[in-house]
Design a protein. Structure first.
Length: 103
């Protein structure tokens, strides 16, 4: 797992890069605010339910949550399940909203 910072991710998104974002928060958190990507709660990963994302095993997968803690755990689980290129968004959406409040 590597770390990706909010600024780098925003830049890549603004450049139109095709990214595999994985939002591992709960439903109510996702409904309040998100930056895109696939919503895949951490609980599903903990249960090893990866059927819908298994095709991403050899691609970069960037996980995010509220603060970066659950997404770090998600990256570790994904690596254990054979994913080869995971990244954790440091600071999560909390930091994203601080740096980019207009979104």
């Amino acid at each position: 797992m590597r770390s990706i910072y909010v600024e780098e991710l925003k830049k890549r998104m603004d450049e139109g890069e095709n990214l595999n974002l994985l939002d591992v928060r709960e439903d109510h958190e996702r409904n309040e605010f998100h930056i895109g990507g696939t919503h895949y709660r951490l609980r599903r990963l903990q249960e090893m339910d990866i059927e819908e994302i298994e095709h991403l095993k050899n691609e970069e997968v960037i996980c995010y949550c509220r603060s970066g803690q659950r997404s770090a755990m998600a990256c570790l689980i994904l690596e254990h399940l054979g994913f080869t290129n995971t990244a954790n968004m440091v600071g999560g959406v909390t930091e994203w909203k601080e740096k980019y409040p207009q979104q």
